[in-house]
Design a protein around this ligand. Structure first.
Ligand code: PHE
Length: 361
């Protein structure tokens, strides 16, 4: 091979290997092998040579052509790899980083508590039942063994709606408790029944510890053999799980509700330390819910035979147990829609409550 051809090859390979990116490499390729490229031009000149020279120079040019082409391919691969690596490097994400920008929304403590309650009772085999906020007299009172002349009606400070004639319509009641869902459930479902019913309730009452609207969760278990011991065990399991205290000490105090017999209010053990309530320790007691065995009249009102079926029910205030667990001092703040309060007392929306992960992490 002549010196000039060697020089040509060296020059072209130098250009190829010196190309710093794919665009430059393409320019180099065109300049060498394209229609007006240097090798192509050399090929065209072969016609003016003698047959022997043409053969020899032709072969040499072909070798250069191949060498340059394969060098271009190698360089191309290397540049493509480098480009990909650079992109991967630049685009790398750390999946362990928190979401950005920081999630701003917070779950309201009522939603969180509601989720925790559903998670616990779900594990115990309960399903969630619902009923309407606007009830008739039968579901809110009569079927629950509260007949028209019963004094419990006065205690409930009931909101009635207006009828079309502008007068109070005593058949349209904002439910004063979630016990109404006991009635709907027994009317519509054959025992065995095992439900909880979280929802809003309404009473015409307002001070530090009462708001006109608040939330309750009701539980109802009906079958042929359920007895007070089951009620006790169920509450022990629920309250221990909810307050995240093993074997939370409970106290059953005999009480009265028209729709249960016998009835009991349940207290949890607690004490005050540095102005804060500590649940599960000390020698104070805090009332937490009402409960009892479903009254035979209630079963009868729903078409169930009390000689065949029996069971228990209980109901508690959701805000109240949220206040106790999360140290929220004033009930009314739940309904102020104050963003600063929500940021302070709210919960991260993606951290779903579950018994396995922990209820309130
Ligand atoms: N409905 C009662 C209340 O609002 C609570 C309760 C429910 C009591 C079920 C006993 C059984 O205070």
């Amino acid at each position: 091979m002549s010196d000039t051809l060697d020089q040509l090859q060296d020059a072209l390979l130098g250009d190829v290997n010196g190309a710093g990116d794919l665009d430059t490499l393409e320019t180099v390729r065109v300049a060498a092998l394209g229609k007006k490229g240097r090798i192509t031009a050399e090929m065209k000149n072969l016609g003016g040579l003698s047959p022997d020279e043409r053969k020899e120079r032709g072969q040499a040019l072909n070798k250069i052509k191949e060498a340059v082409a394969s060098a271009i391919n190698l360089r191309k691969e290397a540049l493509e790899d480098a480009a990909l690596n650079e992109r991967l490097q630049a685009e790398s994400i750390d999946v362990s980083l928190p979401v950005r920008p920081e999630e701003m929304g917070r779950l309201h403590p009522i939603s969180q508590t509601w989720d925790e309650i559903v998670a616990i009772f779900g594990e115990m085999g309960f399903t969630v039942a619902e009923g309407p906020d606007i009830e008739d007299d039968f579901h809110n009172f009569t079927a629950l063994n509260i007949p028209p002349e019963h004094p419990a009606r006065q205690e409930h400070d009931t909101f009635y709606l207006q009828g079309e004639d502008g007068q109070i319509d005593y058949e349209k009641v904002l439910r004063t408790h979630t016990s109404t869902v006991q009635i709907h459930t027994m009317q519509n479902q054959e025992p065995p029944i095992r439900i909880i019913a979280p929802g809003r309730t309404y009473r015409s009452d307002s001070d530090m510890t009462h708001t006109p609207m608040f939330s309750q969760v009701e539980a109802l278990v009906i079958d042929k053999k359920t007895h007070f011991g089951h009620l006790k065990g169920c509450l022990q399991d629920f309250l221990s799980a909810y307050f995240e205290v093993d074997n939370l000490p409970l106290r059953f105090r005999s009480s009265y509700f028209p729709f249960t017999e016998p009835s009991a209010e349940v207290d949890i053990q607690c004490c005050w330390r540095d102005g804060e309530l500590v649940v599960g320790e000390g020698d104070d007691w805090m009332e937490i819910l009402g409960s009892g065995m479903v009254h035979p009249n209630v079963l009868r009102a729903c078409g169930l035979d009390p000689d065949e079926y029996q069971g228990f029910a209980f109901g508690m205030g959701i805000e109240r147990i949220a206040m106790l667990k999360y140290g929220i001092p004033d009930l009314r703040t739940f309904f102020d829609a104050d963003l600063r309060w929500l940021r302070h007392y709210g919960f991260l929306p993606m951290e779903a409550a579950s018994l396995i992960r922990g209820l309130s992490v």
